[in-house]
Design a protein around this ligand. Sequence first.
Ligand SMILES: Nc1nc2c(ncn2[C@@H]2O[C@H](COP(=O)(O)OP(=O)(O)O)[C@@H](O)[C@H]2O)c(=O)[nH]1
Ligand SMILES: [Mg+2]
Length: 314
Amino acid sequence: MPASPPTRTLADSVAAGDERALARAATLLEAVTAEGRSLLKALFPLTGKAMIIGVTGPPGAGKSTLVDQLIGACRAQSRSVGVIAVDPSSPYSRGALLGDRIRMQRHHNDNGVFIRSMATRGKLGGLAQATLDLALLLDAAGRSVIFIETVGVGQDEIDIAQLADITVVTLVPGMGDDVQAVKAGIMEIADVFAVNKSDLPGADALVQAIEFMQTLGERAAPGHSAPVCKVKAIDGAGIPELWAAIQKAFDAKGKQDAFTGVWEIRLREHLRETILCDLPSETLSLYASRVARRAEDPYSAVAGLKAEMLASRK
Ligand SMILES: Nc1nc2c(ncn2[C@@H]2O[C@H](COP(=O)(O)OP(=O)(O)O)[C@@H](O)[C@H]2O)c(=O)[nH]1
Ligand SMILES: [Mg+2]
């Protein structure tokens, strides 16, 4: 379906880098409207230029402080920036993360930095898709670097972190002295590790623990280990090295055509969320109660659910 004239105009303004059009378009996407979707279809050919960086790690690891420093590194290179904060555990004020707003406010009056917090509506369903849509919008709008900050605590959030081109896993001494204590899933998605709060005792031991861990298992293949950067986000120590490691990881990925893998993850998330969105929760409950009563087996139930979804699209 070709984009309608108003969508076309909005798409053109976004593509031209118009800040207000970008904000309007972001709101459209958040509301999950058909107009938002056709806007993204129109803008998609313009995407693929940005570097999308996921920053994940336990709450309090210093992710927002770190992103703030990385924004500074980007601005020093005159690169424009977009930030998407996904943090369901933090208090929101008018849809904005209070703490993040305060920490990132030195970039607030800078047109080169666009910051948006994702409203979670109390659940994670649809969040991966909404986050990716917003990242693509920022990409089409010409933002050169896009940061997605997520709390790497649950599987859903690990899925969101993986939507990025490059994932930076942030850990701190004390919390993760025993790396085993950190959820296994989060270690495996790292392209780069940031050991933050290196002013605290145990930073070197944590660096060694991460490096050792990477010699085990699948990561043991030479060239596959993710660099470990020791940083102090609070005063910026180690940030130039971290920024260089991120750019290097991104360049290496581009050469390997690894972005097909990134799109595999993105499409899988999109498919999952699209299917679940089309399914009213009452219908799922109905089938679930039938299976629980042994009135139907789960295989037939899934076949029935698929048939209902297809019928609902007609
Ligand atoms: N000591 C120390 N504290 C830090 C450092 N970086 C961040 N913090 C503090 O850690 C706390 C949590 O930081 P924040 O960026 O909100 O963490 P997030 O929850 O991961 O986004 C804040 O009080 C920061 O000031 C650091 O390098 N050293
Ligand atoms: Mg934060």
